[in-house]
Design a protein around this ligand. Structure first.
Ligand SMILES: [Zn+2]
Ligand SMILES: [Zn+2]
Length: 306
């Protein structure tokens, strides 16, 4: 609306002051199904009060990816833009193992990742998160070598997607339980500027990092080993198991061993509060809606905010 003279300036100044007094709304959401298409996923996210979300880039059990519907993707892009969404955190299929002992599995993983990254360019500038892999008795050193080789093959200079290594619980022979292993992967990749880390609270907790009792210590350790500038996204999950259990069983927020107080500290930590936060808790949509509202209330946001 156009207004003249002093009144206009005063109004503008007031609105700027108001905006500066508040930090941006949390960028929070949950994992959503692509089964009804991309735009439908965006509408669902909106209905849950989300400002980001995660989705599988293809069937999580592997297999071929469905061709994208260009109109559907454009409709999602418009929705994200119009509603001020933050970066999305796409998730690679669980079956994708860049460091399998089976060459055909490694080959599938490399092709799947390259294909997914090509498709991600239709939603430019977002994140693509993957589990580094399981070395299956080959040892962590060989696993890391294979993961680096796979990333070197899949990453394309000029891509707009940042690829995120997920922190793992250390179940079986999973690579990426320790920050040191993730740092070694990043160090071993040629285009490491295209890499970041997604910290899963359940996984690091199960992996032995006490995010409930010593968030400060865990972040200091992350910063020392990897560098906090690499931390790009969070998976917010409570855990069914005690710290160091190496299990990876997610629980609803506040119903597991991590507890609500830890999540309240996380959303209020200046180093974390602007990162996309994705819930992968065992919930139906209504449960996600409640957890998103809970996290917003922790951050001092009203129900109509974001
Ligand atoms: Zn994951
Ligand atoms: Zn998990």
């Amino acid at each position: 609306m156009l207004r003249g003279g002093r009144h206009h300036r005063a109004t503008r100044k007031d609105s700027v002051t108001i905006r500066e007094a508040h930090t941006a709304p949390l960028c929070v959401g949950c994992h959503l199904s692509t089964s009804e298409g991309y735009a439908a996923m965006g509408r669902r996210a909106l209905s849950l009060g989300a400002t980001t979300f995660a989705f599988f880039t293809r069937n999580p059990r592997g297999g071929n990816a469905k061709a994208l519907d260009a109109d559907d993707v454009l409709a999602l892009r418009a929705l994200l833009y119009d509603n001020g969404f933050g970066k999305l955190v796409a998730h690679a299929p669980y079956t994708m193992n860049l460091c399998s002992a089976k060459p055909e599995t490694v080959d599938f993983a490399r092709r799947a990742m390259a294909g997914d990254l090509e498709r991600m360019e239709s939603l430019p500038g977002n994140y693509y998160n993957f589990h580094p892999g399981s070395h299956v008795k080959q040892g962590a050193d060989r696993g890391i070598e294979l993961i680096c080789a796979g990333l070197d093959e899949a990453l394309e200079q000029g891509q707009s997607t940042t690829v995120l290594l997920e922190t793992m619980a250390g179940k079986g022979s999973e690579v990426g339980r320790t920050f040191e292993e993730l740092a070694r992967i990043i160090d071993g990749v040629h285009h490491d500027e295209l890499l970041g880390v997604c910290l899963d609270t359940c996984h690091v907790w199960d992996g032995g990092y006490d995010v409930a009792g010593d968030l400060e210590g865990v972040l200091a350790e992350f910063d020392r080993v990897i560098g906090l500038d690499r931390l790009k996204a969070l998976h917010l999950n409570d855990s069914k198991n005690p710290c160091g259990a190496h299990k990876d069983r997610h629980e609803k927020l506040g119903q597991g061993h991590i507890g609500l107080a830890a999540f309240e500290r996380i959303v209020n930590d200046a180093r974390l509060r602007d990162l996309p936060m994705i819930l992968e808790t065992p919930n139906e949509l209504e449960g996600y809606r409640n957890e998103i509202a809970l996290l917003r209330s922790f951050a001092g946001e009203g129900p109509d905010c974001g």
